[in-house]
Design a protein. Structure first.
Length: 327
């Protein structure tokens, strides 16, 4: 009996061995045939690292003749539903004379009234504040899910994405806008004594402050313009609906409706005339930010709730602009 048990045990092991050998004989050839199609998994942060140089070269080439790009680096990465967003920071220096910037040059050439000519000088003078001065700048890119190459990169927006060409400098477009702005120029005089520089300075220094609210964008902008001289009054004070909401509901309440209703800000349709200290308002989401850099070619904003400092605003963003009525 003991002999038979050992024999059966031995035969059972042989059968199991033959079974697994059969599986291997069946699977291994298939693996061998398809091994050339196997791609090793690359962690997303490493994908970003692999294209870092391409992104830097893209920025340098894109802005050549207008800006110097220096000290480029990727400062953070974040997993999102759409893919991996990564934030870049770099120094951006305007090297083209404001006198020769397409929007300003065209505006000046087409200004037909004394007021329009004065405004052309005003545009050039405030753009001179940025000329040859380094500006710490940020820009967020998106590597969509399932993608890994530089050509796949996008700019992430609230509800969509933009191609990298959205930050390309289009001289003809800028010139045409400058001409149209000059022909349709109308001087607007409003209420208040708003210091744009003070508002921008506060924004740039406090963009990383702990948010007071879950959605803190309007509260942040209200605080900035308050530091710039828009005083607390009536229904505009910390915690009030006109202070902490954007006005996205279109019910007459919120920051933007309050400022326009009381004559502190007005909607400006020409992007080149939107000066630092103005408000950018996204029409596809309840979001506002403060414009902290604008030389008529490139516009940058600073915002909460995600802390953004001097982030380039690409063309094609669903935005409208509200600029102060007082200089």
């Amino acid at each position: 009996m003991r002999f038979l048990r050992r024999l059966f045990s031995f035969l059972f092991r042989i059968i199991i061995l033959i079974f697994f050998l059969g599986i291997l004989i069946f699977i291994v050839p298939r693996i061998a045939r398809n091994v050339k199609n196997i791609k090793l998994f690359t962690p997303k942060p490493q994908i970003v690292k692999n294209i870092e140089k391409d992104v830097e070269e893209f920025l340098i080439e894109n802005y050549r003749g207008y800006y110097d790009i220096e000290n480029f680096k990727i400062t953070s990465t974040e997993e999102t539903d759409r893919g991996l967003e990564f934030t870049t920071e770099f120094n951006m220096t305007l090297t083209k004379s404001p006198h020769d910037l397409p929007f300003i040059k065209s505006f000046r050439e087409n200004a037909s009234t004394d007021e329009a000519k004065d405004y052309a000088n005003y545009l050039e003078n405030y753009a001179n504040n940025f000329y040859k001065n380094k500006s710490k700048t940020s820009l967020v890119f998106l590597m969509p899910n399932g993608k890994s190459s530089f050509s796949d990169l996008k700019f992430p927006l609230h509800e969509k994405t933009l191609e990298l060409s959205a930050i390309k400098i289009d001289e003809d477009r800028l010139s045409n806008l400058g001409k149209s702005a000059a022909i349709n120029y109308e001087k607007i005089i409003g209420e208040g004594n708003y210091d744009r520089k003070e508002a921008c300075t506060y924004a740039l220094e406090h963009y990383k402050d702990e948010p007071e609210y879950e959605n803190n964008c309007a509260n942040f902008v209200s605080t900035c313009i308050n530091k710039g001289g828009i005083s607390e009054k009536g229904s505009f004070y910390p915690g009030a609906i006109n202070w902490i909401t954007t006005g996205f509901k279109n019910d007459g309440s919120g920051l933007v409706p309050y400022l326009t209703r009381h004559g502190f800000f007005y909607q400006e349709k020409f992007r080149g005339k939107v000066e630092p200290g103005s408000i950018v308002y996204w029409t596809d989401a309840s979001h506002v930010a403060l414009i902290t850099y604008q030389d008529t070619v490139t516009m940058k904003y600073t915002a909460h709730t995600k802390p953004r400092r001097n982030e380039i605003l690409p063309l094609g963003s669903k935005t409208i602009y509200f600029t102060p009525t007082s200089h």
